[in-house]
Design a protein around this ligand. Structure first.
Ligand code: SF4
Length: 582
């Protein structure tokens, strides 16, 4: 049985941002945090949040005093004002993409336009949006309701962010028949669009479509409807407890997606259970391999080996005749540094609602102390080792380590952050994770060898760019693959900023840049063919992208083994080059 798992399944960016904010608030305020309406329509996640003293309230009277958080859907402007009159601690987690719709409605209302929202009249987001038109707007669910609308002189049409393009376009087409001027602003958000496009695509490919999500989640219900409209057989479940082998009898291809309020650990549990029904899953060799890959990835040993292999390639690109005593300490520093940073950040990023990989939050807690201790041990080793290599390596490691550790720490005071779009940590910056990981790796795998081996400036810059591009590609690939479940060093990936289509364009551009760079080594520097020997690494990156495109890139630790294989290959090609050509 073939299993297809939607890349876009699960928490959207706005929901995760609100959840993060709620969890953060519990750590820096006394007493419970109240959210104005549930943050998410998923009872399992709400239970986890209540265990963290985060409670949902439904009315102003219940939100008297204490810390209050406005959820991603947003609220009417007068509700925010009323909340602020009742409490000094009101925080607004309205999704910026919802805020964009609120602003558009307010602006067009002020210009004297009539407004129409394509959405669900009772949905919290639409209830909030109406407030920005001073209730001078019409709400239609679909094109059949347009006939009930009056004629307009000038009208602005927007969509609830989780609506679908087809409905929006059909409504706009009908409104054109009854208005002199129509300003149509398609405000369906990019994460929703990606999610729906993928659901439709999977619905055509699978015998059975499993949609994981809360029974009260409108977003999940829309995915179920979209898949059914495409003629797919759909199974809507809230938890893995609702599925059994008989539901998959005779299925050749099963697809799994999930609503924007479904945590990744729940998706993974469902996927793991479905996988266990396929005959191949009963193979002991496969089960054993899966356990071994989980262990290697979870211990951060593989990623450390990748950093060592990349450093070897960089050292030889800098100086083809560098000796083992020159190169080995640099390789060891890079390996221990990357190990420590991944272990520490993974620990700091652990979350009550996402866990790690196929582990549930509680499952992760069983391993977190051991992983943290391993990370702290690696940190101590790398500091000692770099000090032994010299003062410069020690300073580079110290500065890089400090930046790495600060990644998740709130360095900007709350009162300033309110004027900085809520940015308090490096992690809060757009695409910060991809840039931070790439920069951190580049410092220890390339910049440090460049400084220690006294590389000429042009060669040093090219080697550093090579490492940066390769690590950035890796980070972006894992970001796209894991989408909302990025468990390594934060959630802020380029994918979240530019969406799926543009991320693919970025990947193509980066792969092209890598190829040109390796070619340039030959032209400009006359390197002894190592650069050309490294070209298979670029081919391997293309191969991983192809696997991803074909949905063959696994989501679990096996996927990380494949993606980080590019570094191992770079090291291997360097060894082969050394053996045969130098
Ligand atoms: S669905 Fe879109 S607009 Fe709504 S919270 Fe998620 S990212 Fe924001």
């Amino acid at each position: 049985m073939k299993l297809l798992v939607a890349e876009t399944a699960g928490f959207c960016w706005g929901v995760r941002r609100a959840l993060d904010q709620a969890v953060d608030l519990t750590k820096k305020t006394d007493g419970p945090v109240y959210t104005y309406g549930p943050l998410i329509h998923n009872s399992q996640v709400l239970d986890e949040l209540e265990a963290q003293e985060i409670y949902a309230v439904e009315g102003l009277e219940q939100a008297d005093g204490g810390t209050i958080l406005v959820r991603a859907h947003g609220v009417r402007p007068e509700v925010i004002d009323a909340l602020r009159r009742r409490s000094d601690n009101v925080f607004d987690a309205t999704c910026p993409l919802v805020r964009r719709v609120q602003k558009a409605l307010a602006a067009y209302t002020d210009k004297g336009y009539e407004t129409v929202i394509v959405g669900d009249d009772k949905h919290a987001e639409v209830v909030g949006l109406r407030g920005y038109t001073r209730d001078r707007c019409y709400v239609v669910a679909d094109e059949t309701e347009v006939d009930k609308l009056p004629s307009f002189d000038r009208v602005c049409v927007v969509a609830q962010t989780t609506r679908d393009d087809r409905t929006f376009e059909r409504v706009v087409a009908r409104i054109h028949d009854k208005a002199n001027e129509v300003r149509a602003i398609n405000t369906i958000c990019e994460p929703t669009r990606d999610h729906q496009t993928e659901t439709i695509e999977l619905a055509h490919r699978a015998d059975l479509m499993v949609v994981v999500g809360g029974r009260h989640s409108a977003n999940t219900a829309r995915l179920v409807k979209l898949a059914r409209d495409e003629g797919a057989r759909v199974l809507h479940v809230e938890t893995d407890a609702e599925i059994g082998p008989e539901q998959f009898a005779g299925c050749e291809t099963v697809a799994v997606t999930a609503g924007a309020s479904t945590p990744e650990w729940m998706i993974n549990r469902v996927v793991t259970k479905i996988r266990s029904y396929s005959p191949e899953a009963r193979s002991t060799v496969r089960t054993w391999l899966s356990h071994v890959s989980s262990l290697i990835v979870a211990s951060n040993g593989y990623v450390a080996a990748g950093a060592a292999a990349l450093t070897l390639a960089c050292v030889k690109l800098i100086d083809p005749y560098a000796t083992a005593p020159q190169g080995l300490p640099l390789i060891a520093v890079a390996a221990f540094f990357v190990h420590a940073m991944h272990a520490v950040n993974r620990y700091m990023e652990r979350s009550p609602y996402s866990g790690w990989g196929t582990f549930s939050p509680r499952g992760y807690q069983r391993f977190q102390t051991v992983m943290m201790l391993l990370g702290v041990g690696a940190l101590a080793v790398v500091l000692g080792l770099s000090a032994w290599v010299g003062p410069l390596p020690f300073i580079v490691v110290l500065v890089s380590g400090a930046l790495g550790l600060l990644y998740t720490v709130k360095i900007i005071p709350l009162r300033w952050a309110r004027h900085l779009w809520g940015v308090r940590r490096i992690k809060d910056l757009p695409a910060s994770r991809d840039f931070s990981v790439a920069w951190g790796w580049t410092l220890v795998t390339a910049v440090l060898p460049v400084l220690v081996l006294h590389a000429p400036p042009l060669r040093g810059a090219m080697v550093s760019l090579f490492a940066f591009l390769l690590v950035f590609v890796r980070s972006a690939l894992l970001g796209v693959r894991d989408v909302q479940g990025d468990r390594i060093m934060g959630m802020e990936t380029i994918f979240k900023v530019v969406g799926k289509r543009r991320t693919k364009e970025v990947m193509v551009a980066l792969t092209g840049a890598l190829t040109l760079l390796l070619g340039a080594f030959e032209w400009l520097l006359g390197s002894a063919s190592l650069a050309l020997f490294l070209l298979p690494v670029v081919l391997y990156v293309c191969f991983i992208s192809w696997l991803y495109e074909r949905r063959l890139l696994p989501k679990g630790p096996e996927g990380e083994l494949i993606v980080d294989g590019q570094f191992i290959l770079a090291g291997l090609m360097t060894v082969l080059w050394r053996v045969f050509l130098v």
